[in-house]
Write a protein that binds this ligand. Sequence first.
Ligand code: DON
Length: 310
Amino acid sequence: MAIMSSPLTFQPVLDRIAAEIGQTPDRGHPADYIPALAACDPHRFGMAVAELDGTVYGVGDWRQPFSTQSLTKVFTLALDLAREADELWEHVGREPSGNPFNSLVQLEYENGIPRNPFINAGALVVTDRLHSQTGDAAGTLLDFLRAESGNDGLAINEDVAASESAHGDRNAALGHFMASYGNIRNPVPVLLDEYFRQCSVEASCADLALATGFLARHGIRADGSRLLTMSQAKQVNAVMLTCGTYDAAGEFAYRVGLPGKSGVGGGVIAVVPGRCTLCVWSPGLDEHGNSVAGVTALDRFTTITGLSVF
Ligand code: DON
């Protein structure tokens, strides 16, 4: 096994992975529930690695903004935990669901408490609580991503948000159902608007690898201030490992061996605690909603470098 010791060695690793991915015909299919995602080319591929000090390496479409979708669930979780700490865990669990990300079935058995913050139901609870804390959940998220990436140009694609809303019946059902258990504090239409705008933030692999850095730095932001305690950063990484890729989290842990989080825009972020963060983008998804080339690229990264949590 080749353990990488110098940061300078990341670029050849990324070049090698991109060349391998280029030879891989099976890329899955883009999400098709909204036109903006359905139109994405599954052959696009980008990958970035950010060092703890903000040095970034990339390959392919690593500077191309894409729809972050469920990747944002990691950041809203961290932003809410930073504000209300353990009280959040009284309203959302931290066990894998074993179900698709937009499933409703467990909610009734479990009294409106979602299994974890990364399925849609759990993310709605987190966004609701962050909105109560800040008065502007999506804006708080966007400010954080801009600050951590150093990219003031990051923005919400309002057309995508409108499209999410137009096709948002299932998320609306989740919101109203949890509200019936008293687990949503804002009016459901207000919450849904925040959630759809959150999902519609666009950012590149470089932006997202940088923005995830606080999880590799044990809670420390890019400017040296602390967002999360060491323990909270560990908790977020642990929930990413066990729940970040939905009903394929076991397979992701087996193949990649890192805390990770996927989004239906084709992005996947991953953390090597104490070492670096990664973001891969390729819009073709598997049946679980995870990027086919993205997961393969992360599998190759940890295999080639030996950098994993195991
Ligand atoms: O709420 C939804 O269904 C989408 N806007 C986001 C879902 C998502 O990214 C799940 N990830 N794989």
